[in-house]
Design a protein around this ligand. Structure first.
Ligand SMILES: [Fe+2]
Length: 239
């Protein structure tokens, strides 16, 4: 049994949140591997990417146990994850070089932050960008998938000015500015502006994640211009 499975076996897999995060971790690991291969990384770095994928949300399990919630106000699961990995010397159970431990710590810490602010180191930056993309790719997959019911229900609410402005200005929407139900739904549409690698956009395009999300939306008239712009933006960037 790997150390991730061993660690998470202390949590209740019958809890839907815990169960979801467990499988999300493995899916993100697979996405990291796929991206790493596409980007022609060395076998050593492909392994590093996979470990970061598997462990990026390691802080979520304790968060859910303590707060029964994934709201990051009281508990920053990226910061907690970094601390946990360091304090338990967790990484010694994985097939990566000790000199790369800091790369994992920074990627885990950065993955849930708005932007990347905790490093200037090129390798740390690269893997922080990679995990941010992989995490978003899985969220988009889940939101558009029929197997999951994670997409918030839309309604007739207006989209708030701050969120609309972010979208228009090609910026990632800040979850702190969510005011209406429909604001929540626009945030994933702004992910495209925070995607770091063209290869990630190609995966979004190939899998038609946004079209699948749009399919699940009831008030299509409110979201039509957003989906159209999103698809146009992706097409231009991967061209
Ligand atoms: Fe996370």
């Amino acid at each position: 049994m790997n150390m991730f499975d061993k660690y998470t076996s202390n949590y209740d897999m019958n809890d839907p949140d815990i169960n979801y995060k467990y499988y999300h971790s493995y899916r993100v690991m697979e996405i990291m591997e796929k991206l790493a291969i596409t980007l022609n990384l060395s076998p050593k770095d492909i392994e590093l990417a996979k470990v970061i994928g598997l462990l990026h949300d390691i802080g979520r399990f304790e968060q859910d146990k303590l707060y029964d919630s994934f709201k990051d106000g009281k508990f920053d699961h990226g910061d907690y994850g970094e601390k946990l990995l360091k304090e338990t010397n967790f990484l010694k159970h994985f097939d990566i070089l000790e000199e790369d431990y800091e790369v994992v710590y920074k990627a885990v810490k950065n993955h849930n932050k708005y932007g990347i602010e905790n490093t200037q180191n090129e390798r740390e930056l690269f893997f922080s960008k990679l995990i941010k993309d992989a995490d978003k790719l899985d969220i988009l997959y889940v939101l558009g998938s029929d197997k999951f019911d994670m997409l918030e229900k839309d309604n007739k609410d207006d989209i708030s000015k701050e969120i609309k402005d972010a979208f228009i200005n090609n910026k990632l929407g800040n979850i702190k500015e969510i005011k209406t139900q429909n604001d929540k739904l626009i945030i994933p549409f702004t992910y495209i502006y925070d995607i770091n690698f063209k290869e990630s956009l190609k995966i979004i395009d190939k899998n038609k994640y946004y079209d699948k999300i749009y399919e699940k939306i009831n008030n299509k008239d409110i979201f039509k211009e957003y989906i159209e712009y999103t698809n146009k933006y992706i097409a231009e960037r991967i061209d």
